[in-house]
Design a protein around this ligand. Sequence first.
Ligand code: MN
Length: 325
Amino acid sequence: MSNLESRPDEIRCGSTAVAGPVQVVEPREVPLGGPRAMTVRRTLPTHDRTMVGAWCFADHYGGPGDRADGASMDLPPHPHTGLQTVTWLFAGTVEHRDSIGSVQAVRPGELNLMTSGGGICHSEVATSAEPLHGAQLWVALPESARHGARDFEHYVTQPVSLDGGELRVFIGELAGQQSPARTYTPLLGAELTIEPGAELALAVDTDFEHGVLVDLGVVELNGTRLGRADLGCVGVGRDSLTLKAVGTEPVRLLILGGEPLNEELVMWWNFVGRSHAEIEQFREDWQQQTERFGKVVGYVGEPRWLPAPVLPTVQMKPRRNPPLH
Ligand code: MN
C-alpha cells in the first residue's frame, strides 16, 4: 500500500498515553487521498512512538462498521526505499505486481513481504467484491541491508490451535511456530484470535520489544485494556505477554515484535531514509523514473505511475525512537 496522504508530514502527533508498564498508542484517523479515498487508523509512527523493534509503520483499515470503499483500491505503481512492506488481510483480496516481475494475489492468512532494498516499485489492486479489511505494516531495513537487492516473498500460514485461541505466525517464531520469511533484524509478526473470556500467556524473546495491534474485540495486555486499532507496547526484558479477551466478543489481534533498531530514520511519503537530502534524491529519481525503482509490467490502470507529492519546505530531521520501558 502507498502512503497517500496528499500532504504527508514528516511525523504528526498522535494521542498517546503511558499507562503503567504498557504504552498505549491510540490510533489517529488519516484520510488517504489520491486513488484510494479511504480512512485508515494509524498507530505508527506517532509523536511518542516511532518504532516497535524495526516495525516503523502501522495502518489498520476496514472491518465491521467501516465504510466499504476499500473494495475499490487501485494503486498505480509507486516506489519504496529502505523498508519491507508487510501486507496482512483479514478480508478481501489484493493483487500485487512489482518491478522484480512478481504477480501475486494476497488473501487472509497469507503474507506478502516485499523488500525494497535500495528501491522498488509496485502496484496494488483489490480484486474481490468484499471490502478490504487488514493492516499495512512496514519494517525499516537496517543500514546493512537498505541499499541491497529487491526481494518478494509470499507465504501461506497455517493456523495452530492454542488453549483458548488460534495463532498464525507470519514472521519469526512464536509458540513453537516459525515462518520462513526473511527479515534483516530479529523480528516477530503473528495473528492471534482469542475466545471470549480466555487468557493466554505467550513466552516471548526477552531481547524484543512488542506491540499488540487490536483488530476486533477488547483485550487486556498485561492488565492494560486495549480496544480496536489500539497499539499496546512493552519494552525489552519481558519473558511473556499475557493477553485476555474481555467482554463477550472474540478478540483478534496482531503481535509485532523485534529487537530495537537503534538507527535514526527520516520517513516521508513511501520512503525510509536517513536524511532530508537522501529523501530528496529518492523523490527526484522516482519523478525521473530512473533505474533505482525499475518498472511494473502489466498494470493497466491510470495514471501509469503515481507522482510523488511536493517535499516539505522545512528540512526533515532524523527521528530517534523513544525507549520503551
Ligand atoms: Mn506500497
